[in-house]
Design a protein around this ligand. Sequence first.
Ligand SMILES: Cc1cc2nc3c(=O)[nH]c(=O)nc-3n(C[C@H](O)[C@H](O)[C@H](O)COP(=O)(O)OP(=O)(O)OC[C@H]3O[C@@H](n4cnc5c(N)ncnc54)[C@H](O)[C@@H]3O)c2cc1C
Ligand code: SF4
Ligand code: SF4
Length: 580
Amino acid sequence: MDIKYEGLSELVIPISYGSSEVIETGKWGFEKPEAAFMTAPCQEVCPAGNPISQFLYLASEGRYEEALKALLKENPFPGVCGRVCFHPCEKDCNRIQYDEAVSINAMERNVFDVTSKHTPDMPLLSNADSKGVAVVGAGPAGLSAAYFLRLMGYRVTLFEAKKELGGVMRWGIPEYRLPKSILRKEIKRILGLSIDVKMGVRVGKEISFDELDRFDAVFLSPGAGLSLSLGIEGEDLKKVWRGGDFLDRINSGDRFRIGKEVLVIGGGNTAMDVARSALRLGSKVIVAYRRTRAEMPAIQDEIHEAELEGVQFEFLLQPVKISLLKNKKIRVKFQRMRIRGRDQSGRPKAIPLLGAYVIREADGLIKAVGEGADLSWIPETLCRNGLIHVNSFLTTPHAKFFAGGDAVDQPRTIVTAIGAGKKAAISIDLYLRGSADDDVFSKIRVGNKGALSMEAYLSGRNEGNWSDPKEVISYPQLNTLYFEHSPRVEMRKLGKDKALKDFSEVNLGYTSGEARVSALRCFSCGTCNYCYNCYFFCPEGVVSLDPQHGVRTVDLEHCKGCGTCAKVCPRNIVLMKEAG
Ligand SMILES: Cc1cc2nc3c(=O)[nH]c(=O)nc-3n(C[C@H](O)[C@H](O)[C@H](O)COP(=O)(O)OP(=O)(O)OC[C@H]3O[C@@H](n4cnc5c(N)ncnc54)[C@H](O)[C@@H]3O)c2cc1C
Ligand code: SF4
Ligand code: SF4
């Protein structure tokens, strides 16, 4: 028989709040739930240690300004990284094992784009005796170090040889991938922290290296701006460009013709940027590379985009001689190569196919076979094998000198340079505060692949006491029963014809709808995203959630330790521990 209560249409279960609250049913249980957050694998591989699950969750809730602030705690360049980072994070996204990776890179850009008029208040720590730090070179490494040092309250003087800041982000990467307006906004935000900038000052020329001695510490981040030579006859001929000079001119806003057909030599990022820029100047472009496509060091997306836009590739060709013909064409003699074995670094080795040569003619040639660091102004005792020598804390053999970015032995990417700037800022802070505790780095690590958390560092800096780092959560540790399959949202792009007309940005970003769908695809691995599963399934009603303030509490006086919350948590953050 149905029980009907007047005025109520549904079955009502009576609960006696009074007695439930008075009787401490929590004492009956043998186990208690404990929130144990873990590190998502995407975060572990982001060299800047971006708080990915956190910023995606905030974006999915429409809390964009908080999402930006979360990113800026770890990385001063979300707008740049959201456009040109090679996004290793996506390759390790747990969601790949379920359907497709979350679009982390596109979402990072989206957060920047939506909030680009907003400058979050980043509190500067007070640093009573505010020591002075010099930073040499204003690429991503130097600007990041300056940013984090300033957040820690140091007086920072930034020396930059060029007339604008940004390094390769300003003078290397073309506008169609990274609009200058985006870079300017990020740099303006950084300089807003009151950094003393000495632009057009090349250390070693306008001021001497010894003059840096007046600073309490120095971070060297001069990058690798020297175009390497081919070492063959004819490479200094007119019509033979160095990749760096060519891009420098393009990035100064110069638009010119280099000829109907252009040969590009190389297979790295510079070669791809040069080739795609030459297409936009109206040339037909052929890239010649000495190994095969599989060995090209350029970012995969870049190679793919270059192919789509019409760049042609010829593999296993190494130039041996360049000459200028009477008809003003450039003639290049190439040696045919083949892959045989591996070199010392483990890379497939290209060796000559004896007697096999190929001739190619073109109206212009651009060599883009790599970059070296100009360290002529740095004492030899700081250098080794053409790079600045540092230990794993980015300290050089001279106390008080630190270095990072392309001028040291590390992967040459923007996000790695940002990570180095952060690491150096922490090393410098420890040095200036007289701390020799190298163990700090293992406490503030994000996973096990080298990324560090500035937020974790600052949380323990005053007391010199850091909590243990979190473990990384793998796919099998997730409870995927609660997730639905959904495809990744690809970013809209300019059509090929429009893209090749000028240097307008090719990737167009997400609409607000696309962004929301993308953000919601994140599993929030190892962290609470307030899905309310534990709240709904808890038979005792003892779980409370406050998403606005990021608080999840369990009334342990009344939790009987049944473990339901641990079983239904899709992201495995609830562990049952023996009751004390
Ligand atoms: C063409 C090109 C495209 C690239 N595309 C990408 C990409 O899409 N994604 C990606 O992740 N990475 C990319 N990279 C790699 C990436 O740009 C670099 O790894 C990164 O910029 C290195 O940062 P950095 O701060 O060490 O040096 P840089 O960016 O080179 O900055 C060094 C700065 O130091 C200044 N400087 C040098 N010597 C002195 C001195 N003596 N005194 C004062 N200032 C000095 C220079 O003028 C420069 O501004 C690309 C590289 C190139 C060349
Ligand atoms: S900076 Fe790069 S690796 Fe890090 S989250 Fe962004 S796209 Fe991923
Ligand atoms: S699902 Fe989200 S938190 Fe998990 S690895 Fe992918 S992006 Fe990171």
